[in-house]
Ligand binder design. Structure first.
Ligand SMILES: C[S@@+](CC[C@H](N)C(=O)[O-])C[C@H]1O[C@@H](n2cnc3c(N)ncnc32)[C@H](O)[C@@H]1O
Length: 274
């Protein structure tokens, strides 16, 4: 249990998709002055070195964040600005740090992590009194107790490692429960495409749940029948109304640059209408 370490994967193609869309959701919420609460159920360390032994062992960032030709990717400017200084320092920020840096007065973050060493890194990188709360708790269980927050506006990222195969069922139950407690919350779930059958089932489970306004955004980087993680995606409940168009405009370029054969592969689906 808890053998997964994001240090091996930070800055890979999946992080690009996840963090770009996460950032777009933060920007959308911040169009209104009213504060919001960010909840990251599986936060990770917050900051990763791209030149560590762990990162170099897999070299996944070489096929992700370090492969992007930013100036030929209109639509990714904001994301580039958020990560450029880190990349110059041979680092990459995780979801909690990306969001923490954008918090305004009144916005709050709640970060959950279970790994005994990673939680210490997370504390060092992100903890801030009264603003950014770090907890060593099961994020799946902790989420429900935080909803709805006093701000009545919430952005939730659920980003498990799927080490436990039942996570594919757990995530839908956790999101359905979160939705029931706060139907207006923006809920983001990341998923890998290693076994397409699992993703088909995930889509069916959402379609059969009571959650409304569920969209799926996916990017492929290799032939679908290839080995390993050939694609990844985000399920977004209550996405910004601008997100689907923004995604459709930008994803062909990103996918073509990150794929191993320069092909463009992506999907946007409305799994459940509003
Ligand atoms: C994919 S990583 C998170 C990456 C991070 N969200 C980002 O985008 O930078 C998943 C993390 O969840 C942690 N984890 C696993 N099970 C957990 C649980 N039940 N509650 C909270 N954290 C958990 C793992 O230790 C790991 O650090």
């Amino acid at each position: 249990m808890f053998s997964y370490q994001h240090h091996y994967h930070a800055g890979n193609h999946a992080d690009v998709l996840k963090h770009w869309l996460l950032l777009a959701c933060v920007r959308y919420l911040q169009l209104k002055e009213k504060p919001f609460d960010y909840i990251d159920t599986h936060a990770g360390a917050g900051l990763y070195r791209l030149d560590s032994a762990m990162a170099r062992k897999t070299a996944e960032s070489d096929d992700g964040i370090l492969k992007l030709d930013w100036f030929r990717l209109p639509g990714l400017e904001d994301y580039h600005r958020q990560v450029a200084d880190d990349i110059d320092a041979r680092c990459y920020p995780g979801s909690p740090l990306l969001v923490k840096r954008l918090l305004r007065s009144g916005d709050k973050a709640w970060l959950f992590e279970m790994h005994p060493q990673i939680i210490e890194e997370l504390r060092q990188n992100c903890e801030q009194r009264r603003v950014c709360h770090v907890r060593r708790e099961d994020g799946f269980k902790a989420l429900s107790a935080l909803l709805p927050p006093a701000s009545h506006r919430a952005l939730v990222l659920i980003d498990p490692s799927y080490e436990v195969k039942s996570d594919y069922q757990t995530v839908v139950k956790v999101m359905a429960n979160a939705y029931q407690k706060m139907p207006q919350a923006m809920l983001l779930l990341w998923y890998p495409v290693v076994d397409r059958q699992r993703v088909r089932q995930l889509e069916k489970d959402f379609a059969n749940s009571k959650i409304r306004n569920v969209h799926l955004f996916e990017m492929g980087v290799a032939q679908p029948d290839g080995a390993g993680m050939t694609a990844s995606g985000m399920v977004v409940v209550n996405p910004p109304w601008t997100l689907a168009d923004e995604f459709a405009r930008t994803i062909p370029g990103v996918s073509a640059q990150l794929s191993n054969d320069h092909q463009t592969r992506w999907r946007h689906r409305v799994l459940v209408a509003q």
